[in-house]
Design a protein around this ligand. Structure first.
Ligand SMILES: [Zn+2]
Length: 120
């Protein structure tokens, strides 16, 4: 991949990283607040727990994404970005456009997903 493309993806990843960190901080604070607010009755409590789990589920996805973004930045730093970590073929440009933190090419991704080995 040429330097121009690489820095383009790098910038995208850095923006994504910033956004995810902000989002995660926000979600964590919300979840903590829900847990500590005065609870009136058990129905409220159940609702709060439901909400909290919902939010934490979202946090989990964002945290996973953040990890993938950080790994992608790492791969840019050591010159292996844009190469599938499974088959070592180049990842399709179109795929990187949608998913700049992609680790796998489209073929490997669908194969691994079918086996239930990866979520993202
Ligand atoms: Zn592959």
């Amino acid at each position: 991949m040429d330097a121009e493309r690489l820095s383009y993806h790098r910038q995208k990843l850095l923006d994504m990283k910033k956004e995810l960190i902000e989002k995660l901080n926000e979600k964590y604070n919300e979840a903590i607040k829900l847990g500590t607010e005065g609870v009136q009755d058990s129905a409220d409590e159940a609702y709060n727990i439901y909400n909290k789990n919902l939010m934490l589920g979202k946090v989990e996805t964002d945290a996973l994404k953040l990890r993938l973004v950080e790994q992608a930045l790492q791969r840019i730093a050591n010159g292996t970005y844009g190469v599938c970590i499974e088959c070592e073929e180049e990842i399709e440009q179109r795929r990187l456009e949608y998913v700049p933190f992609a680790r796998y090419c489209t073929d490997c991704k669908s194969e691994l997903e079918k086996k239930g080995l990866i979520k993202m």
